[in-house]
Design a protein around this ligand. Structure first.
Ligand code: HEC
Ligand code: HEC
Ligand code: HEC
Ligand code: HEC
Ligand code: HEC
Ligand code: HEC
Length: 352
């Protein structure tokens, strides 16, 4: 699958933000790594696989310690590795049960619920009638969307989301005395009060499929969902790394539901279903005063005569207006330039 989104990262800004992120002090709690890093800490640890591609088996400890899974032991996910040196490892199952108990139910923790949500969503491999959809291999799995869950330090989002700052840690110390407890739970909660990815990042991860022209054609989806988002003000600001603008999830997920619960437009459970669209825009942090009518705004306008005639004629009008003004102007300038370069030239070549 080739990623060729209309929305491209703004490289200089990305580089600067990376440098900044690396300079910011962070303090993650290192997992008890077993002895895995004894070998896997070497950047050269790699091999050529059966298809001839290079597989990097190096694990960067610093990045791992900043990830959401920093506290999970390697063997917690790579459950089949029991002895060292080890046999070839199996693929990791994201639904593996943990040894941790989820405190509100005291049941063993796992991500099984996410799979349930996903199985009921438009990204399920099964359709409404319980039959397998065509091209089930095109549907996203956990690892398709969660390939880069880098942890963003609190300081990074402080500017964007009020109330999320390390200074607030002092508010927990008044009653809780153990530093480790405070830090762990403060991070646990506050990192969930904001998105862990920027709008650009989210759009790019959806674009891996929704901008893949062959894939969308196979599924009768809009071929320009990504392009049209990039053409709106929201998409343009996202491209400039603005964190406040809505990304795909802000519009395609009903408020308060899991991001994995996305449905087709003609499903009444969908946020973009005509009966629910009025609720999308007027959230506290977007357009609080907006009337439900704003939701009828055509986000994914294709500028085609069939889908959106008004936008189509508007575009055509402006192309003619711009061309009609600029071309004669450039023509006049060109003739003027000729006259200046060859003050004595005439069309017939006769001399005075
Ligand atoms: C003694 C060194 C050593 C230690 C310790 C070690 N590994 Fe490995 N690991 C390797 C080597 C070498 C490979 C490449 C094996 C190959 O290509 O056949 C590898 C490959 C892997 C792979 C990819 C395997 C595959 O077949 O695709 C995983 C996953 C892995 N190790 C996880 C772990 C985990 C988890 C631990 C700790 C419990 C661990 N390793 C400890 C040396 C080690
Ligand atoms: C949250 C679960 C999780 C934890 C914790 C985890 N891994 Fe992995 N690891 C994965 C997944 C998922 C993959 C992707 C391959 C797959 O699907 O099995 C992977 C792949 C790997 C690979 C192979 C890379 C390749 O190209 O196939 C190695 C080596 C590896 N992990 C080592 C480690 C080591 C060492 C640790 C501990 C520091 C660790 N992992 C902790 C989930 C985990
Ligand atoms: C279509 C893409 C997609 C698929 C498929 C997907 N996720 Fe997610 N997931 C996301 C996005 C996007 C977020 C929110 C990231 C953020 O906050 O910035 C998320 C968030 C999460 C969270 C954090 C809690 C939450 O809901 O915000 C967990 C846990 C999670 N996913 C697990 C899974 C597991 C397990 C699977 C496979 C069963 C899976 N995801 C499949 C896109 C996906
Ligand atoms: C005014 C005192 C006070 C402040 C300030 C306070 N807590 Fe608490 N916290 C408590 C008390 C008392 C309990 C036990 C409540 C109960 O069991 O009903 C508790 C329980 C908790 C628990 C649940 C522990 C468990 O195992 O059930 C967590 C997590 C927690 N606090 C985190 C925090 C964090 C993070 C902060 C700072 C943002 C904070 N608290 C600020 C008094 C406070
Ligand atoms: C691995 C590929 C893949 C990824 C990644 C992916 N999708 Fe999809 N998406 C699909 C496929 C395939 C369908 C068509 C499902 C069908 O035919 O029932 C679909 C359908 C949809 C639909 C329903 C369109 C309609 O009205 O019928 C929406 C909305 C959607 N995706 C949004 C998203 C968003 C938002 C993201 C990013 C968080 C995303 N998708 C990531 C493959 C993907
Ligand atoms: C500002 C809100 C908003 C944003 C942001 C947004 N969408 Fe949509 N999207 C909608 C609405 C409303 C519809 C239904 C009406 C329509 O088709 O225009 C829709 C329809 C769709 C469809 C179905 C089109 C079809 O094939 O019939 C897909 C797929 C889709 N969006 C994907 C995305 C992706 C991927 C992103 C992020 C790059 C995104 N959307 C961003 C509001 C939004």
């Amino acid at each position: 699958m080739v990623f060729k989104s209309h929305i491209r990262p703004v490289w200089p800004a990305v580089v600067v933000s990376w440098i900044l992120m690396c300079c910011l002090p962070y303090a993650a709690l290192a997992a008890d790594m077993g002895n895995c890093l004894l070998c896997h800490k070497y950047p050269g640890l790699s091999r050529i696989d059966k298809e001839g591609g290079m597989r990097l088996l190096y694990v960067n400890e610093e990045i791992f310690n900043k990830s959401v899974h920093a506290k999970v032991k390697c063997e917690g996910c790579h459950t089949d590795i029991k002895k060292i040196p080890h046999d070839p490892a199996k693929k990791v199952d994201c639904l593996t049960e943990c040894h941790i108990l989820e405190p509100s139910t005291e049941q063993k923790f796992s991500h099984k619920d996410v799979k349930t949500y996903l199985d009921q969503s438009v990204h399920s491999t099964i359709d409404k009638d319980g039959k397998e959809k065509k091209f089930p291999e095109d549907m996203p799995t956990c690892k398709d969307c969660h390939d880069n869950p880098l942890y963003r330090p609190l300081a990074f989002v402080k500017k964007v989301r009020a109330g999320v700052a390390e200074e607030s840690l002092g508010r927990c110390r008044v009653c809780h005395k153990k530093e480790e407890f405070i830090f762990r739970f403060y991070n646990h909660i506050t990192t969930r009060l904001h998105k862990s990815r920027s709008p650009l990042n989210i759009a790019q991860s959806c674009g891996r499929c929704h901008d893949d022209q062959e894939l969308v054609a196979r599924h009768n989806l809009s071929t320009r969902a990504m392009y049209s988002y990039g053409e709106t003000f929201h998409g343009k600001a996202a491209n400039l790394l603005d964190e406040r603008v809505p990304d795909c999830l802000d519009c395609h997920v009903v408020k308060g539901k899991s991001v994995h619960q996305m449905y087709s437009n003609d499903d009444v459970r969908s946020s973009t279903h005509p009966t629910n669209r009025g609720q999308i825009c007027n959230t506290v942090d977007c357009h609080p005063q907006a009337s439900p009518k704003l939701g009828s705004y055509n986000v994914h306008a294709e500028f085609s005569l069939k889908q959106s005639p008004a936008e189509y004629y508007f575009t055509v009008f402006f192309i003619i207006l711009t061309g009609g003004t600029l071309l004669p102007l450039m023509g006049i300038m060109f003739l003027d330039m000729l006259r200046r370069l060859f003050p004595n030239a005439t069309i017939t070549g006769r001399k005075k």
